[in-house]
Design a protein around this ligand. Structure first.
Ligand code: FE2
Ligand code: FE2
Length: 271
C-alpha cells in the first residue's frame, strides 16, 4: 500500500433517473429530418379541389388559414423551447432541449416555405397568442414543462392527424405526419422530465400546476374551435363533431396529469 494520502474522490452523483430523458435525446437525433427531404414541387402544397375560380380561391384561403395557425404555433414553440433550454438545470434535459429548439425551428422553416406557396401569412389566432403568453410567462420550470409538453404537445397531435387525413397527397400531409412524430417525442420527453422535476418539487408548485391547467384548458378549447373568416362557414358545420373530439382529447390530458401524481379533482373541463 502506498504511503501517499489517498486523494478524496468527488462523490459521483447517480444520474440514472435521467436515463428516460436521455432516451428521448437519442430518439430525437434518430428522427431528425431536413426541410429539403420534403417533396417540394413534386406534389401540390395543399389540396387543390375543383370548380369555379372563386370556389378554388375560397378553398385555398381555407388551407392557407390552416397553415397559418401551424406556423403561428411553431414560432411560439421556438421561443418556448429556447426558454426550456435556458431554464433547465439538468445536463441531460439541456442536451435534449437543444434538439427541441432545432425541431421547432425546422418546423417553422417548413411552414414559412409552405405558406409562401399558398398566398402568404394571414389572420392570427388570438387564442394561440394567449396560450403562448401563458407558457412564456409561467413562473416555474415545472409549470412550463407541464403546459407546453405535457398538455400542448400532446393535444396538438390529433389535430395533425386530422389535417393529414383531409389533405392526402400534399406537402401539408407530409409535414403533418412528420410533426406528429416530432411532437410525440416532445411530449414524451416532457412527461419523463416532469416526473423527475415533481419528485423534488414542493407542494405549492404542484397546486400551481392545477391552477395552470385550469387556465390553459379553456384557452386551448377556444383555440381548437377558433375559425378565421376564411373558415367560418365550414366551422359551423363541424363544430358539434369538433367539440366531441376535443372533449375526449382534454380528458386524456387530465389523465396524463393524474399519471404524474397530480390531484386533478380540481381540474374543470371547459365543457
Ligand atoms: Fe413544432
Ligand atoms: Fe413541438
Amino acid at each position: 500500500m502506498s504511503a501517499e494520502p489517498v486523494a478524496e474522490q468527488p462523490e459521483v452523483e447517480d444520474r440514472s433517473r435521467f436515463a428516460g430523458v436521455l432516451r428521448f435525446y437519442d430518439l430525437a437525433k434518430h428522427q431528425e429530418w431536413q426541410v429539403r427531404d420534403v417533396p417540394w414541387g413534386e406534389i401540390p402544397p395543399v389540396p387543390e379541389g375543383k370548380g369555379s375560380p372563386q370556389r378554388l380561391a375560397r378553398r385555398r384561403d381555407v388551407w392557407r388559414s390552416v397553415v397559418m395557425q401551424q406556423l403561428q404555433a411553431d414560432i411560439i414553440a421556438v421561443e418556448m423551447s429556447a426558454q426550456l433550454l435556458n431554464a433547465a438545470p439538468d445536463p441531460e434535459a439541456r442536451l435534449y432541449y437543444s434538439t427541441m429548439v432545432q425541431d421547432e425551428s425546422r418546423h417553422t422553416e417548413a411552414w414559412l416555405k409552405l405558406i409562401g406557396q399558398v398566398g402568404g401569412e394571414g389572420e392570427r389566432d388570438p387564442h394561440l397568442d394567449a396560450l403562448g403568453r401563458m407558457f412564456l410567462e409561467a413562473d416555474t420550470l415545472e409549470e412550463k414543462v407541464f403546459l407546453m409538453q405535457v398538455f400542448f404537445e400532446r393535444l396538438i397531435i390529433p389535430r395533425f392527424k386530422l389535417i393529414a387525413r383531409s389533405s392526402r397527397g400534399t406537402i401539408l400531409e407530409d409535414l403533418c405526419n412528420r410533426l406528429a412524430i416530432d411532437d410525440g417525442i416532445h411530449h414524451g420527453s416532457g412527461m419523463a422530465y416532469e416526473r423527475i422535476l415533481l419528485e423534488r418539487a414542493p407542494k405549492k408548485v404542484k397546486a400551481q400546476l392545477i391552477d395552470a391547467a385550469n387556465r390553459m384548458l379553456p384557452e386551448f378549447a377556444a383555440h381548437a374551435l377558433w375559425r378565421p373568416k376564411a373558415r367560418e362557414m365550414i366551422g359551423q358545420l363541424m363544430e358539434a363533431r369538433d367539440r366531441e373530439r376535443l372533449k375526449t382529447e382534454l380528458n386524456h390530458g387530465v389523465r396524463l396529469a393524474k399519471s404524474l401524481g397530480l390531484d386533478v379533482s380540481d381540474v374543470a373541463l371547459p365543457f
